[in-house]
Design a protein around this ligand. Structure first.
Ligand code: GCO
Ligand code: MG
Length: 412
């Protein structure tokens, strides 16, 4: 058997997704997620123009060798575009291997290490009251862990904060679309770190007061703090027993995490924008983080993410794979299969995709009693309905840009 075709599908059922479909000479197909939010077409072109032509005729069972070939052959290695492309091909080849074996992918990765994956939901609200309503809704659905993001007095739109309609879902963090007729530009938000640092500990206090010690509470700092600010926040929320503080600093300067560690025992999670094991070298060997935030979609697929988790296992660091709605259901399934199999699983982010998205991507993973399970369908367990996908044309979209009050561009 050999790789016969590689198709790259771009569809926008509520938001943009890039999916690779690899077809073998005997008609088996595998899917891979290559979605890079806000830069989708760069990855689609990389795959169509630079990757697909080099793989036709290749033995589809040589997954590791293909990964190394795609990683080393361009000479210009790593980076989000290259690694998202590699991720998608790798996932598709694993999907094919598992379908060929007639087994759900996790069985090829060593089998289940647990009955299901502890998952966290995204609760947010512009006020503490609304945030608490959102948390209550998720706890009622069975979640044992929630990420809490709240409005900061004096700031309008900020990352991760939306009021959900009572009992309903919201389309989280929709990438901004151009206003009709106007030029296509990212929307802009205003940020004030001092106001945030003052406010967030009061949010943690209010949530603990309402829900007690049991729910696991997470928070995403979204790269917006300097090292000393991050150290202060980690220290200030520590009394409320946070499960983790995510992306407290931009993270690419790995050594600054030493400073945060010196000041608190708040567990730290980093890595959703990383794309290789090398980005984690200092963080892992010095145990500067507790959770790896990468996803199979951006860190080189199952092969790349497994490499990171094997390295992390030696240092007692666990997974917290990235699972926002801009990771497609295909990427989500890949995270779940790997998470079920590895020993050092920690927690899985879970933002259910919209019904529109799920009408294009048919999934077999399930959520029960706060735990996710990838299901027993052979392969990844996700199907792409090409006809339904064709009805949702690509929509140019950007993520927002953040500025300090004086106009200085800041991390969003
Ligand atoms: C998270 C992430 C996302 C990112 C998004 C960008 O923790 O889930 O921070 O919300 O902002 O993936 O495209
Ligand atoms: Mg994040």
């Amino acid at each position: 058997m050999a790789i016969d075709r590689i198709d790259v599908n771009v569809t926008s059922p509520g938001r943009n997704f890039v999916t690779v479909q690899v077809t073998t000479s005997d008609g088996l197909t595998g899917l891979g997620d290559a979605t890079l939010n806000g830069r989708e077409l760069a990855v689609a072109s990389y795959l169509r123009d630079h990757v697909a032509p080099t793989l036709i005729g290749r033995d589809e069972s040589q997954i590791e060798s293909t990964w190394q070939y795609l990683y080393r052959s361009p000479y210009w290695r790593r980076g989000p575009v290259t690694m998202s492309a590699i991720s998608a091909i790798d996932m598709a080849l694993w999907d094919i291997a598992a379908k060929k074996a007639g087994e759900p992918l996790y069985k090829l990765l060593g089998g289940a290490s647990r009955t299901g994956l502890l998952s966290y939901a995204h609760a947010s609200g512009t006020t503490l009251e609304r945030l608490n309503d959102a948390i209550r809704g998720y706890l009622e659905q069975g979640f044992q862990a929630v990420r809490i993001q709240a409005g900061v007095p004096g700031l309008e739109e900020i990352y991760g904060v939306h009021d959900a309609s009572p009992g309903g879902k919201y389309e989280y963090e929709p990438a901004g679309r151009p206003a009709s007729g106007g030029p296509l530009r990212p929307t802009e938000e205003t940020w004030d770190t001092r106001a945030y640092l003052r406010h967030l500990p009061t949010v943690f206090a209010g949530v603990r007061e309402e829900f007690g010690p049991e729910p696991r509470l997470l928070h995403d700092g979204h790269h917006r703090m300097s090292p000393i600010e991050a150290a202060r926040l980690a220290k200030d929320i520590e009394p409320y027993d946070p499960f983790w503080l995510e992306d407290c600093t931009p993270g690419e300067d790995q050594a600054v995490l030493r400073l945060v560690r010196q000041h608190s025992v708040t567990p730290l999670a980093i890595g959703e924008v990383f794309n290789s094991v090398h980005d984690y070298q200092t963080l892992i060997t010095e145990r500067l983080i507790d959770y790896v935030r990468s996803s199979a979609t951006h860190a080189g697929g199952i092969t790349g993410l497994r490499q990171i988790m094997s390295f992390a296992a030696v240092y007692g660091i666990r997974s917290g794979f990235h699972g926002p709605t801009d990771v497609s259901p295909v990427g989500m399934a890949a995270n779940l299969h790997l998470g079920l199999a590895i020993h050092n699983f920690g927690i899985q982010e879970y933002m259910p995709h919209s019904e529109t998205t799920l009408s294009v991507f048919r999934t077999s993973y399930r959520f029960e009693g706060g735990l996710l399970h990838p299901g027993e369908t052979p392969g990844l367990g996700v199907e792409l309905d090409l006809e339904a996908a064709a009805a949702h044309e690509y929509q140019p979209a950007y993520l927002p840009v953040n500025r300090l009050r004086d106009g200085t561009v800041h991390d969003w």
